[in-house]
Design a protein around this ligand. Structure first.
Ligand code: C5P
Length: 305
């Protein structure tokens, strides 16, 4: 067996941007119980942050506003998607005859846990990207995507971290190159939501797919188009966590052009005319509900010139 990559003493940094489902239609269900989705997804400048450094033995340290919440979670470290991603990646490289060195991973957990904005999935995707860089190896794109999907339905899209449309259970990805950047407030009542429970409570699983997105980089056209779409998981999530309704009302009152829940919740977002408006809204909302999570951010734009 050969040994993969040089020893790199300085840490490698990978951002794990928050994933936002601007719309999510549930269009069917597979025989294995997973749901077929049609989702419009973008990524925020805010998110978790991971560093990777060669070490004598494998390790994971947690910091950040929600680091302690993850450590305290009984399903935390043992079940941690970062550790799972590391082990799957190492196994895939071993299958190719590459032995990898131990790695110390530091996870700065800035996003609320189990909150519908990717958190764990974004961390897993960042781990795959970071380890490839640390170990200085490459994997074919289809093999990397397959590893990502084994970690969770949202991990392949988090590998991209660009505006996209996701079909299948989340793995059928089409880039949305014309999507503009949006000024946004992310808001969460700091109540974790069980994704399987939200899916279980759906009334309908055969909703029509999403129409064609605008082919121009025009914020107004995108907001008008998005406004006609939905998140089908919002009604069952609101039934589980009534604070989601309160949060959406507060975001709407704060001047957002569009308010919706992301993923299976409970994070909701508001889109604002510009970043200053989003910042002012986040400040005001934090005063109204000091114990909830509010973060003003921008989303990344598509790759259109
Ligand atoms: O793939 P991930 O671990 O993120 O999914 C968590 C749970 O959400 C799954 O076990 C499943 O119950 C539900 N899910 C689903 N259909 C999807 C994605 C997730 O039913 N497309």
């Amino acid at each position: 067996m050969s040994s993969a990559g040089p020893v790199i003493s300085a840490g490698i940094v990978e951002a794990a941007p928050a994933k936002i489902n601007l719309a999510l239609h549930v269009t069917g269900r597979r025989d294995d119980g997973y749901h077929l989705l049609d989702s419009i997804v973008t990524f925020a400048e805010t998110g978790d942050r991971l560093t990777f450094a060669a070490a004598d033995e494998d390790g994971l340290t947690l910091s950040g506003r929600f680091g302690a919440a993850l450590a305290a979670d009984p399903k935390g470290t043992g079940d941690n998607l970062v550790v799972k991603a590391r082990d799957l990646m190492r196994g895939a490289l071993r299958d190719r005859g590459l032995e990898t060195r131990p790695v110390e991973i530091a996870l700065e957990k800035n996003l609320p846990i189990a909150s519908g904005i990717g958190g764990g999935s974004a961390d897993a995707a960042a781990t795959l990207r970071g380890l490839l860089r640390l170990w200085d190896v490459e994997l074919p794109a289809d093999e990397l995507a397959a590893i990502a999907l084994r970690l969770g339905a949202d991990v392949p899209m988090c590998l991209k971290s660009r505006p996209l449309r996701a079909g299948g259970v989340g793995e059928a990805i089409t880039p949305l190159s014309h999507m503009p950047s949006f000024a946004m407030v992310l808001a969460n009542p700091l109540k974790a939501v069980s994704t399987p429970e939200v899916f279980r409570r759906l009334d309908r699983r055969d909703n029509p797919p999403i129409s064609s997105p605008p082919q121009v980089v025009d914020r107004k056209a995108w907001i008008a188009w998005l406004s006609a779409l939905r998140n089908d998981l919002e009604a069952p999530a609101r039934a589980l966590i009534p604070e989601i309704g309160t949060l959406c009302d507060l975001l709407a009152e704060s001047g957002a052009d569009l308010v919706r829940m992301s993923g299976s919740g409970a994070t909701c977002f508001g889109l604002y005319g510009d970043y200053a408006a989003a910042e002012a809204a986040a400040r005001h909302l934090s005063q109204q509900e000091p114990h909830w999570y509010f973060d003003a951010t921008r989303t990344v734009a598509g790759d259109s010139p």
